[in-house]
Design a protein around this ligand. Structure first.
Ligand SMILES: [Zn+2]
Length: 180
């Protein structure tokens, strides 16, 4: 999933806390007073690319599974996740609506699946538009589509991790992952 994403973007979307934790874990001094942009430059100078790539991958997996846990809960609510009834395997249009204390979060989500190898996914939120994440809103639409049998996990060519797949199987389909 993250392999095609530019390395610069993968680094820049990490949180300040996670970048500082990386430095602390390797006893690299001098990170604590830096702002986000300076911190990104600092870790690029302080670590080799392999270490940073491994770190990005680990953080991305955490992002994915944490958001999938939220998405599974949201996907069960018709108030939160509304999928256009004309949607099918080739194109899914949905609206995500979540009530907050200060108003509503509303995002349009779209999956376009023109080939069997790849699916283009989008959401209007900052995590998706600016950081390139497969966000929790898209995940909640994906889980709804799976739960309703619009397509199967095997047919889904978009972003997924083994841990998130386990969560979906256990919580949406109530069955164990098939042995690999
Ligand atoms: Zn989103």
């Amino acid at each position: 999933m993250a392999a095609e994403m530019p390395f610069e973007l993968r680094l820049s979307r990490l949180t300040v806390n996670s970048l500082r934790n990386l430095c602390d874990a390797h006893n690299v001094q001098g990170a604590s007073s830096l702002l986000k942009n300076e911190l990104v430059e600092f870790v690029k100078k302080s670590f080799d690319k392999k270490t940073l790539e491994d770190f990005c991958r680990a953080q991305e997996e955490i992002y994915f599974v944490e958001n999938m846990a939220k998405a599974i809960k949201w996907s069960a609510s018709r108030k939160i996740v509304s999928v256009d009834p004309d949607s099918d395997y080739t194109i899914v249009n949905a609206i995500f609506t979540l009530r907050r204390s200060d108003g509503y979060e509303v995002y349009n989500i779209r999956f376009v699946n023109q080939t069997t190898e790849d699916v283009a996914t989008s959401c209007e939120c900052v995590d998706s538009r600016e950081k390139g994440y497969f966000c929790s809103h898209q995940m909640s639409v994906l889980v709804r589509c799976l739960a309703e049998g619009m397509f199967t996990l095997d047919q889904w060519a978009g972003p997924m991790t083994p841990e998130a797949e386990d969560l979906i199987l256990a919580n949406v389909f109530r069955k164990k992952r098939k042995p690999r």
